[in-house]
Design a protein around this ligand. Structure first.
Ligand code: PLP
Length: 453
């Protein structure tokens, strides 16, 4: 197994040069013209971080209609971990599309679906017998994990956490913490969802065990352990701002779930598939979830999601109880198999750890120089900084948004996150070159320098 580096051969099918290059302002005239068409045609309820339109993307570069090459520090929200248009993904899905594009697995079956389930059963933590079921989106996977847990336990309550994010469908919107923009004016939400405190080491001053005791006490006193079907938690919170719980927090929850007959569900939709420097972030916690939800990084950009877990739980649902017209689409399955092959062959777990080291080195210097960074956190190629007013713990969403916009104008795609809107998060493709990564971190540092001048 090799590890990607600056000198690795090109692993994507288009011939995009791996350099940042701006030939117009961001957005350029052609993007502006398309933006005007978009405004007339697309619901304004659908947001966009950058007002540009893309024609090509590959490796660590996104090319827009005006010919600007931007460094990709977002991977389309942790999706294109193997890079855009990765060779094995494109080869696999092209071959599959030429054979057939859809049958509906619930009508006539195909091998690709089974192969993806076999891979998931093998790659997820724990060597117990497992089963998987495939869907299209992350939210759909979370909904189905809850359905499965309820069918297995014959209980109804679902426990989620402060700052958690699980999707935008009715059930998952109710499970998501943040009201704006995800929930505002969209109620009523589904019943039997209970939110308990999260471990937030930069702000709560608690050990993992203390934070878990708070959460468990709430479950016991306000819900009743024998009423709870599932505890659903992201081992590192994504949209919530890459909050890594204090050591011991997640294992204590797993322990409590196990002894109370509660299904423990790790939502690894953002953290899965090498992103954090392991196949799954649960491995950093030394835990084995009962069920695990995956999506985003699974299929190199194609829509695919899954629930994987203990055979006796997954098989507790009546036959025909799980499914959907498109779930486990054959083209998406072929893309997933290509994507997993790249992760294994190129050792993207090791590459994620290298990316962590490079980013943290830059960010530690930045924190010392600026005094406005409360916390540098995350694992692997999932790293964030929480931005505050100098010498305090007061969130600074204005500065965060100003820096993000300045980075965009300089051709670096960065994303924000966090309940307080004060987190800048970095999710580069795992195949990004060292030189592009270093350049992106340098541009980010320069924007801080300018903003704080
Ligand atoms: C993105 C995300 C979801 C929702 O996935 P969609 O594909 O957008 O429905 C759920 N959980 C987590 C942790 C996520 O990051």
């Amino acid at each position: 197994m090799g590890t990607m580096s600056q000198d690795s051969p090109k692993q994507f099918v288009n011939d995009l040069e791996q350099v940042r290059k701006l030939v117009t302002a961001i957005p350029g005239p052609l993007s502006i013209a398309m933006q005007n068409r978009r405004i007339a045609a697309v619901s304004s309820g659908v947001g966009a971080t950058l007002p540009i339109f893309v024609t090509k993307a590959g490796g660590g570069i996104v090319l827009d209609v005006d010919g600007n090459s931007l460094i990709d520090m977002g991977s389309g929200i942790a999706v294109t971990s193997v890079g855009n248009s990765a060779k094995d993904v494109v080869d696999g899905l092209t071959k599959q599309a030429q054979n057939f594009t859809h049958t509906c697995f619930m009508v006539t079956q195909y091998e690709g679906y089974v192969e993806v389930c076999e891979a998931l059963n093998q790659l997820t933590p724990g060597d117990h017998e497992k089963r998987s079921a495939l869907f299209n989106t992350g939210a759909e996977a979370v909904e189905n994990a809850v359905k499965i847990a309820r069918a297995y336990t014959k209980r109804q309550a679902v426990v989620v956490f402060e700052h958690g994010y699980h999707g935008r469908t009715n059930l998952t919107m109710g499970m998501t913490a943040k009201v704006m923009p995800y929930k505002y004016s969209f109620g009523p939400f589904a019943p039997e969802i209970y939110r308990v405190p999260m471990s937030y080491p930069a702000r709560d001053g608690l050990t993992g065990i203390q934070a878990a005791q708070n959460a468990i006490s709430r479950m016991e006193k306000e819900i009743g352990s024998d009423q709870i079907a599932a505890i659903v938690v992201e081992p590192i919170q994504g949209e919530g701002g890459f909050i890594v719980p204090a050591p011991g927090f997640i294992p204590a929850l797993v322990n409590y779930a196990n002894k109370s007959g509660i299904v423990f569900i790790a939502d690894e939709i953002q953290t899965g598939f090498c992103r954090t420097g392991n196949w799954f972030a649960s491995e950093h916690e030394g835990i084995v979830p009962d069920l695990i939800t995956t999506a985003k990084g699974i299929a190199g950009g194609l829509p695919l999601s899954a629930v994987t877990g203990r055979a006796e739980i997954m098989d507790a649902v009546h036959p025909g109880g799980l499914g959907g017209t498109y779930g486990g689409n054959p083209v998406a399955c072929a893309a997933a198999l290509g994507s997993i092959a790249i992760m294994q062959r190129e050792n993207l777990i090791a590459r994620a750890k290298q990316i962590e080291a490079i980013m943290k080195t830059h960010l530690e210097t930045l924190a010392q120089e600026t005094g406005v960074i409360l916390d540098i956190r995350g694992r692997g190629a999932m790293i964030a900084i929480e931005i505050v007013k100098a010498g305090s713990t007061e969130s600074d969403p204005e500065l965060t948004s100003k820096i993000a916009k300045a980075c965009h104008a300089q051709g670096v795609i960065v994303l924000t996150a966090g309940t307080y809107g004060n987190v800048l998060r970095f999710l580069p493709p795992l195949v990004i070159s060292d030189s592009l990564l270093n350049e992106a971190m340098q541009v980010i540092a320069e924007q801080f320098e300018i903003a704080l001048r």
